[in-house]
Design a protein around this ligand. Structure first.
Ligand code: FE
Length: 286
C-alpha cells in the first residue's frame, strides 16, 4: 500500500456566479488551480435565501460534464430541449453537456438552507461533441455504508473496496464506463475517527472538508479547503476533535490541452471560436 499525502492546498475564495449565488470556489478559481480532469469545484452553503434565491438563469455549456450534488435544498433544472429535473436533498444530477446545452438551475425554496457542490469534469476530445445527456439520481439510489470506526460514507460515483467488500456507486458503476473513471465519495466521521479510502494509483484526487476539519498524513486540512493528494493507492483521513464531513473526488487525468472560455471547454482556440459562433447563431446543440 502506498499512502497518499498532501501535495498542495487550494484555499477556497468567495465569489458569486449565475444571477448572484454566493459560492466558495477552490479548484478552478484560476486556470493554474485545475486538477486534470477536474476543471472547477464550487461549494454553495448558506441559510440566507438572499445568497441563493436568484439562482442560475439560462446559460450555455459545451465540452465537459457538470455534477451537482445537493446536500440540502431543492433546485429545478430545465434545458432548452425540454428536459426537467428536480434536484432534492441528497440527490445528484450528472449532466454531460457534450456539444451543447442551454439550461437553468433555479431554487425551488424561498427560505431555509441550501447547500451542495458543483464539480466540472472535462471530457476527452473524442467525447466533447456527443449529444447532451443527463443522469438524475435521487438520494434513495446512493449507497450508504456505516463505517466501523464511526461515521458513514455515501458512494456517488465509482467503486470503493472497504473492509473486504466493494461498494458500488450510483454512477460510474462499471470501471471504464467513463473515460475519466470518477470516484466521488461523501464521508462523515465522528470525532477522532479515521478511515482508509482506496484511490486508484495514477488518478488525481482531492479531499474537501465541508464540516469540521481533517488530518491527512499528519497535516491538517481546514474546513472549505481542497487538499490535492500525491499519487498512491490509499488515503487515510482522520476527523478533528469536532468530527468532520468531507468529499473525496478522484479521476483519471486526460492529459489533453485545455482551452476554456467561460462555460465552453475545448482543446483548441479554433474550437472555442466555433462554440461562441454556434451559441450566437442558436445552434450550440443543433
Ligand atoms: Fe450550468
Amino acid at each position: 500500500m502506498n499512502a497518499r499525502i498532501i501535495d498542495r492546498i487550494i484555499l477556497s475564495t468567495r465569489t458569486s456566479d449565475g444571477a448572484g449565488v454566493k459560492l466558495r470556489r477552490s479548484l478552478g478559481s484560476q486556470a493554474a488551480l485545475r486538477l486534470d480532469p477536474f476543471l472547477l469545484f464550487d461549494e454553495f452553503g448558506t441559510d440566507n435565501p438572499e445568497d441563493y434565491i436568484a439562482g442560475f438563469p439560462p446559460h450555455p455549456h459545451r465540452g465537459f460534464e457538470t455534477v451537482t450534488y445537493m446536500i440540502d435544498g431543492h433546485m429545478r433544472h430545465e434545458d432548452h430541449l425540454g428536459h426537467v429535473g428536480e434536484l432534492k436533498s441528497g440527490g445528484v444530477q450528472w449532466m454531460t453537456a457534450g456539444r451543447g446545452i442551454i439550461h437553468s438551475e433555479m431554487p425551488q425554496q424561498d427560505r431555509g438552507r441550501m447547500r451542495g457542490f458543483q464539480l466540472w469534469i472535462n471530457l476527452p476530445a473524442r467525447d466533447k461533441m456527443q449529444p447532451a445527456r443527463y443522469r438524475d439520481v435521487p438520494a434513495s439510489e446512493i449507497p450508504v455504508v456505516e463505517l466501523q470506526g464511526g461515521g458513514q460514507l455515501k458512494v456517488i460515483a465509482g467503486r470503493l473496496a472497504l473492509d473486504g467488500e466493494t461498494v458500488v456507486g450510483a454512477l460510474n458503476a462499471e470501471p471504464g464506463s467513463m473515460t475519466t473513471d470518477p470516484l466521488y465519495v461523501d464521508v462523515t466521521l465522528t470525532a477522532g475517527a479515521a478511515v482508509g479510502l482506496p484511490v486508484a494509483a495514477g488518478h488525481n484526487a482531492f479531499v474537501y472538508p465541508f464540516e469540521g476539519d481533517v488530518v491527512i498524513a499528519g497535516e491538517r486540512v481546514p474546513q472549505f479547503t481542497a487538499a490535492v493528494l500525491s499519487d498512491g493507492d490509499v488515503v487515510t483521513v482522520r476527523a478533528g476533535a469536532t468530527g468532520a464531513r468531507f468529499v473525496l473526488i478522484a479521476g483519471r487525468p486526460l492529459n489533453e490541452p485545455v482551452v476554456q472560455y467561460g462555460p465552453f471547454v475545448m482543446n483548441t482556440r479554433e474550437e472555442i471560436e466555433q462554440a461562441v459562433a454556434d451559441f450566437r447563431a442558436g445552434r450550440l446543440a443543433a
